[in-house]
Design a protein around this ligand. Structure first.
Ligand code: PMP
Length: 315
């Protein structure tokens, strides 16, 4: 377990880690009334630089989540961008970090409260997990993915995550490393905190955006990488449960999960039950781009330390 950083950012200032607190009667604590983003800052050891990956896309999605959940006063992209860079610099990170940016309702209001609005950023060191190279086993959960007309998965609301929690607990109890949730139509949706891809007949396939998924930034990036670097068009469509049993390869993707191969589903091997060549190729391209070792797509990376005056964030 990596050690906690010295500082977090809360409500306009950098504060010591232990001081970033909220009240137990806040809607954030009572109902999970908050929205958030998980973002990564990748450390490039050759350049001694950190690159925040696809920051604009994360801030835009956070704006969308804030709009749907209904918050009074919302921080601008520029403010969130600048606050994040300030926090990363003051902590003097020299390693890859996972960043959690949360906008939530403080005070003591009820379910209809729209303020006061709090804003916190935490960046925690996160080294590469073993699952990236070894892959994980997955169970199709008996829990159903939350639906767009009840708790929209497209909105990254804190409360949504109890759906994934139930699936995760069940999977762990049953001896699996991860879960895959089907939606109310019985089609594959996603994992508890990550999207799903498979390779069938040599082609990438992923559940379409109307399958009760979070519209993942990594998913979009992989669709772009498949096209630009591997010459493959991704099929975004409904995916049946049994298609996963027949896939040559499968993997999860997300800011946190990056590209994590799935080696079996429901104890049935995916392909030959080992990490496949496509997942490996994708990981190589993805990590090189995210860390800025591959200089293509500079618009995907915000440098933290060398560009102290910083790029302007899109509003
Ligand atoms: N689905 C869910 C439910 C998630 O929480 C996440 C992580 N944000 C993802 C998918 C992957 O999204 P992204 O690639 O934007 O991190």
């Amino acid at each position: 377990m990596a050690k906690n950083p010295k500082y977090l950012f809360q409500n306009g200032k950098v504060v010591p880690f232990a001081d970033a607190k909220i009240h137990i009667l806040s809607p954030a604590a009572k109902y999970g009334t908050g929205v958030f983003e998980g973002i990564r800052g990748y450390w490039n050891e050759d350049e001694e630089e950190m690159y925040v990956f696809k920051l604009k896309e994360h801030l835009d999605r956070l704006q969308f989540s804030m709009k749907v959940i209904g918050l009074d006063e919302t921080p601008t992209n520029q403010y969130m961008h600048d606050s994040l860079l300030e926090l990363l610099r003051v902590n003097e990170f020299r390693e890859t970090v996972h960043i959690r940016m949360t906008v939530f309702i403080e005070g003591e209001g009820d379910q209809g409260a729209t303020g006061p609005v709090g804003f916190t950023i935490a960046a925690l060191p996160r080294p590469l997990p073993k699952a990236i190279s070894k892959g994980v086993t997955a169970q199709v959960s008996s829990w159903t993915r939350i639906a767009d007309n009840s708790m929209p998965a497209r909105v990254k609301c804190n409360a949504n995550y109890n759906n994934g929690r139930l699936a995760t607990l069940q999977a762990k109890r049953d001896g699996y490393q991860s879960a895959i949730l089907l939606n109310s139509r019985g089609k594959v949706a996603e994992g508890p905190g990550m999207c799903f891809f498979m390779i069938r007949d040599g082609k990438p396939v992923t559940p379409s955006a109307t399958n009760d998924i979070l519209e993942s930034i990594t998913r979009r990036t992989l669709i772009e990488i498949f096209d630009e670097y591997l010459g493959l068009q991704t099929n975004e469509r409904d995916v049946d449960r049994t298609e996963m049993y027949d896939a040559e390869e499968a993997f999860f993707c997300g800011t946190g999960w990056e590209i994590t191969p799935i080696i079996s589903v429901d104890q049935l091997a995916v392909g030959n039950g080992e990490v496949g060549p496509m997942a490996k190729k994708l990981q190589d391209v993805y990590f090189d781009l995210a860390k800025g070792k591959n200089k293509d797509h500079p618009e995907w990376r915000v440098p933290v330390f060398k560009a102290k005056t910083g790029a302007k964030a899109a509003e």
